[in-house]
Design a protein around this ligand. Structure first.
Ligand code: 2YH
Length: 259
């Protein structure tokens, strides 16, 4: 997954409102409701310690403040440590954090210090976006297309297989595709099959991964990918419902999964 930029995180509350409205329209539940049903948990005034991490590409301007906004939006108490890294970790634990949130360039984790549960952003994101796609009320069958089988896509595909969906998937990386076929029993998707889907979970960091022949009219595309894999003109032509947001939905999934 690409490194987030401060621009990606602008207008998070507007993006969240718009996406929550779409999610409610297409599934009947909002993000809170879906997370609650998915993990069987609910916020219980846990204190979230958010630690800026300076390694690699360094601290992203509004990343920690975005996480604080998300924690508060879901009814949790949060604080950002004054110092980054290990000093910040010491500070977070000393100040009574129940759950730690921190990210470097490769991993973004939520760790509940009370019950020991830990979640990674790529798994939690894959699971929640796949879950949203799979809850499409207007779905025409149990067939679902997963585009991209990296860490996020694989986690979502595994979740959909566990839920009993007919999972079709594609990835230009043959090794990724073969691994998913062998380990999960998914079916490889080829454009030549001319099969169209009413539910699509897209998990690549590339634009234009969705083409006309893949989708039904009025389908649902659920994607955490930046940039979006659905070309806007195809979205308009096929009247696609699109769920796409850079951070909040994945973080909600992380937090609910460790509560
Ligand atoms: O944006 C990222 C990576 N894409 C994480 C990917 C995990 N799925 N990380 C954020 C880095 C934040 C930075 N270290 C900070 O401000 O603390």
């Amino acid at each position: 997954m690409a490194l987030l930029t401060p621009q990606d995180l602008e207008n998070l509350s507007v993006q969240l409102e718009e996406n929550d409205a779409t999610i409610k329209k297409v599934t009947g539940l909002d993000v809170r409701g879906i997370c609650g049903e998915l993990y069987g948990t609910k916020p219980d005034s846990q204190k979230i310690g958010i630690i800026p991490i300076s390694s690699g590409e360094g601290i992203i301007g509004n990343f920690a403040s975005s996480l604080l906004f998300i924690a508060q939006y879901f009814g949790l108490n949060g604080f950002i440590t004054e110092h980054p890294d290990i000093t910040g970790y010491y500070e977070a634990v000393s100040q009574g954090a129940d759950i730690i949130l921190m990210a470097d360039d490769h991993m973004f984790v939520a760790h509940n210090l009370r019950n020991g549960r830990i979640a990674s952003n790529h798994v939690a994101t894959g699971v929640i976006y796949a879950e949203i796609a799979s809850r499409f009320r207007e779905a025409t069958s149990k067939d679902i297309l997963v585009i991209g089988l990296g860490r996020v896509g694989y986690a979502g595909a595994a979740h959909l297989v566990r839920k009993g969906f007919n999972v079709y998937a594609c990835d230009p990386n043959r090794a990724f595709l073969e691994k998913a076929v062998q380990e999960l029993g998914i079916s490889p998707y080829c454009r030549e099959d001319r099969k169209r889907f009413s539910m699509v979970f897209e998990a690549t960091p590339n634009p234009d991964t969705i083409s006309e022949g893949m989708i039904e009219e009025r389908c649902l595309v659920s994607t955490p990918g930046i940039p979006c894999g659905l070309p806007p003109e195809i979205g308009r032509k096929y009247r696609v419902d699109l769920v796409m947001e850079p951070l909040v939905i994945g973080v909600a999934s992380m937090l609910y999964s460790v509560m």
